[in-house]
Write a protein that binds this ligand. Structure first.
Ligand code: CP
Ligand code: NVA
Length: 306
């Protein structure tokens, strides 16, 4: 069987994603009933972190244990990865000692080169360009609360970063719309986002126009990891791109507010919104665990019966 990686959202087809979402529900329900499910007994996940993390590390490590396997944490500081060992060599070695690899790093090119030299599936745990595991959890969260996402509208307010790019890719695969509003100079770059068409996305100068009628209103930090040097400039440039109560008022009545977390309350979102009735941010965080368990099972075992 050919190795299947999850490096970008579009690496999974619509049919495969639908299977993963269905499987997530089954795995989550079973977990909530305290029933064991150990399809990955004796398998090892290696997690490589070149950037900080709370949710991604926790959800992959706990998830692998819950599936009967083990997870090993490596970071740039404590391994040879930070001392110039070529990524291609590291991939050869790491993939001979493990069954699955998750990487959080800087440029997408690094993870693509790793995967090209890996004997086992590789999962993107966030790069400068994409965060596919996050959007897997976010879409599952929408499905749980509101049903299928097809034909719905997501309003992205703020930076056209890795999370935004991934929403845009997901819209093409799963046939929904993304309305994006960024400050001037921070617009979406379709090529960097890996888009093949533009008919699922529209840009708006005014964030209120992007939010109007949307089924999901979502945002992220103004400064992503790796871009800290631009922090001050970005605080000024993004000041009018805050999700607040007025913005939720123009969205659909039953709109959900999403944020991948960690959030900077008082910057990209008000405390009132993140703690308010529309917010599903804790469900999103929890669903990282359940969706990634379904993803790991799928990448290693393919479609399985209950
Ligand atoms: N949302 C997310 O990926 O969180 P962490 O950076 O804590 O992993
Ligand atoms: N865009 C953020 C997401 C953090 C989970 C970053 O890359 O830092």
């Amino acid at each position: 069987m050919a190795i299947k990686h999850f490096l970008q959202f579009k690496d999974l087809s619509r049919a495969e994603l639908e299977y993963v979402f269905e499987r997530t529900r089954w795995i989550k329900d079973k977990f909530k009933r305290y029933e064991t499910h150990h399809p990955l007994f004796d398998r090892t996940l290696v997690m490589i972190f070149e950037k900080a993390s709370t949710r991604t590390r926790l959800s992959f490590e706990a998830g692998m244990q819950q599936l009967g396997g083990a997870a090993i944490y490596l970071n740039t500081r404590d391994s040879q990865l930070g001392r110039g060992e070529p990524v291609e060599d590291a991939a050869q070695v790491i993939s001979r000692m493990s069954d699955l690899v998750m990487i959080r790093t800087f440029e997408q090119d690094i993870i693509e080169r790793f995967a090209a030299n890996s004997r086992v599936p590789v999962i993107n745990g966030l790069t400068n360009e994409y965060h596919p595991c996050q959007i897997l959890a976010d879409i599952y969260t929408f499905i749980e609360h509101r049903g299928p996402i097809q034909g719905r509208t997501v309003a992205w307010i703020g930076d056209s970063n890795n999370v935004c790019n991934t929403w845009l890719q997901a819209a093409e695969v799963l046939d929904f719309n993304v309305h994006v509003s960024t400050p001037p100079g921070y617009e979406v770059e379709p090529e960097r986002a890996g888009l093949y068409g533009t008919d699922h996305f529209e840009q708006f100068a005014d964030p209120m126009d992007a939010a109007r009628g949307a089924d999901i209103v979502t945002t992220d930090v103004w400064t992503s990891m790796g871009f800290e040097a631009e922090n001050e400039e970005r605080r000024r440039d993004f000041a009018d791109w805050q999700v607040d109560a007025d913005m939720l008022k123009v969205a659909a009545k039953d709109a959900l507010f999403m944020h991948c977390l960690p959030a900077h309350r008082g910057e990209e979102v008000t405390t009132g919104v993140i703690d308010g009735a529309h917010s599903v941010v804790w469900d999103e965080a929890e669903n990282r665990l359940h969706t990634q368990k379904a993803l790991m099972e799928f990448l290693l075992l393919g479609r399985v019966g209950n």
